[in-house]
Write a protein of this length. Structure first.
Length: 90
């Protein structure tokens, strides 16, 4: 079952986002198990929305790569997760 992630943290800058992205997805290439990624400015900071193949794959990525990269970039906050029931593509 696919899982979604929403990470919307106040005060995060584009530079911090790019630092983390470059560390966890060099060359802007998706890590194994990532189905969709979108990132952009939000009202108070930066927002990332992702869809992953499974909770296990996401947990491995989060625990082994993303958590450290966020810490290095000085980003505090926790993502929200949800079960993906439906996706649509043109």
């Amino acid at each position: 079952m696919s899982v979604g992630l929403i990470f919307d943290v106040a005060g995060v800058t584009q530079a911090q986002y790019e630092q983390v992205r470059d560390e966890v997805a060099p060359g802007n290439r998706p890590p194994p198990g990532l189905l969709y990624h979108a990132g952009g400015p939000s009202e108070n900071g930066w927002c990332v929305v992702e869809v992953w193949e499974s909770q296990d794959v996401l947990n491995t990525f989060f625990n082994n790569k993303l958590q450290q990269a966020l810490k290095k970039a000085g980003i505090n906050g926790q993502p929200r997760f949800f079960e993906v029931i439906n996706t649509m593509q043109p």
